[in-house]
Write a protein that binds this ligand. Sequence first.
Ligand SMILES: Nc1ncnc2c1ncn2[C@@H]1O[C@H](COP(=O)(O)OP(=O)(O)OP(=O)(O)O)[C@@H](O)[C@H]1O
Ligand SMILES: [Mg+2]
Length: 249
Amino acid sequence: MQTIIQTKNLIKDYHTGEITVRALNGINLEISKGEFVAIMGASGSGKSTLMNILGCLDVPTEGDYFLDDVQVNKLSSKELADIRNQKIGFVFQGFNLLSRTSALENVEMPLLYNRKVHYPNPSKLAAEALERVGLGDRLHHHPNQLSGGQQQRVAIARSLINNPSVILADEPTGNLDSRTSIEVLSIFQELNKQGITILLITHEHDIAQYAKRNIEIKDGSILKDYTLEETKTAVEVLNDFETQKAEDL
Ligand SMILES: Nc1ncnc2c1ncn2[C@@H]1O[C@H](COP(=O)(O)OP(=O)(O)OP(=O)(O)O)[C@@H](O)[C@H]1O
Ligand SMILES: [Mg+2]
């Protein structure tokens, strides 16, 4: 399988005043096309730091990072911004949608910032992305007219629009109740089935069970890295919810 992400001995130090915190302490990671990986770890273990480097939002203090065979840690900040725009889709805990614009306009946004490619019909592509996440009937709603789960689906549509090599999701279900979380996971599982590579960061063991591979980090190092023998299927869990509800009535 084609390698999408490869890191060699990534180290990240943060300096605040006299104090240095080593947030990443030698991360060696290889992720292939089509994987669905959950990165787990306690608060402060270095998950977001790793995601920021993998997402080209930050650079490591030491070590190498290859994304689609491009050595990212050698690039200028301008080149990093281009790579980020072309190869990475982001989903965050707080959705990060623009509140005064419609779902459609939010999803179009990354296309308008792409300096390399001109898209003749961004709103058509945005509408298609929203249809992929089941929001074809909410194109003109603003974020405050959508539920939390729907807002996160808009963010997922936005992350998809550039046809990224990988989607990075940092605690995407952190602000959602358990049922809505599973709905969002069902979308990730469906997109992964279609071949999209997904890296999901979570501190919840239950959420990680929906990924195919789990990586646990502790104090900036990889503690465990394994393929799950059995993954949970979000659609089935949602069906169980429905059955339970019907029985309760
Ligand atoms: N900008 C920064 N400046 C200084 N130290 C930082 C900075 N960002 C993170 N750290 C430190 O680096 C370590 C790793 O932080 P990080 O945010 O990556 O953890 P995390 O696993 O994402 O935690 P959480 O689950 O709480 O989001 C922590 O000890 C944190 O205090
Ligand atoms: Mg974090």
